[in-house]
Design a protein around this ligand. Sequence first.
Ligand code: BG6
Length: 294
Amino acid sequence: MNVEELNKCWSTGHALEFFGKTPEFAAAKMRHSSGAELEVGLYGGQVLSWIVGGRERLFLSQKADFVRGKAIRGGVPIVFPQFGSGTLPAHGFARTSEFFVRQTSVEEGGRVNLTLGLIDSAETRRVWPHNFSLSLLISLGEDLYMELLVENTGAKALEFQSLLHTYFSVPDIRAVRVRGFEGVSFSDFLNGGRESVDNLNDRPITEQTDQLYIDAPDFAAILDEASCPLFQVEKERFGDFVLWNPWIEKSAQMADLSPNDYLKFLCLEAGNVRSKIALSPGESFTSSQRLMVI
Ligand code: BG6
């Protein structure tokens, strides 16, 4: 569907309308009465921008590739059905698939809702031989709520990993702290997956970081230098959190990041990574995150 058709079928007016993010990539613009604004691309079902209090709260690389087949660096990429590397493309195929619109609505209380969908196709079955249906609810109020529903629509059991790979925009990575992981076990991907227990109440990020907090509590926060909260994340039925920043050398190897971009974001990613979710035929599973700017 082109932008005109999308608007004809799905626009709710000013609160939700479609536009061309680039000539090739359609996106929805959502507006809440609090002044919050959101952009969601149909490619990857990816949130690309979230404005609260007149300020952008998500990082989107200026060098992000808006090219079909490539992942877009920034916003909230959807990782499904595989986290990281494996037999499928890295982080799965959802982030490089075109989603369709299932529903749009504006609630009485004013929340603006967009539900996107993705179902198996010849292309997905070639790399992952399963029938599935994915629904992604993106709901904008004063907060941003995202809910991922995965259904097994086939005749055989399936297993998947899923994750919301949120790129939070931060004033300077060297000045932020992450709260919520004291006493939580983590696996350090940069150290062969070695497991330890975090002993820091407020964790600073001072180097390349890539760790999986296993069975993490459902609340985490990103704080500023003075330990005042910038963001709160509340997850439900996502077991883990991934904390990632590529720092200087790794980001220098990434063509879709500029040299100082690593200073500008922190990925705090709610996901089911350690324990895969198993679904028998007909079963479904819902998980969600709620992001709040403090
Ligand atoms: C994180 C992983 O979730 O995503 C990292 O833990 C990875 O290992 C990062 O480098 C970015 O992945 P990609 O495929 O978008 O470059």
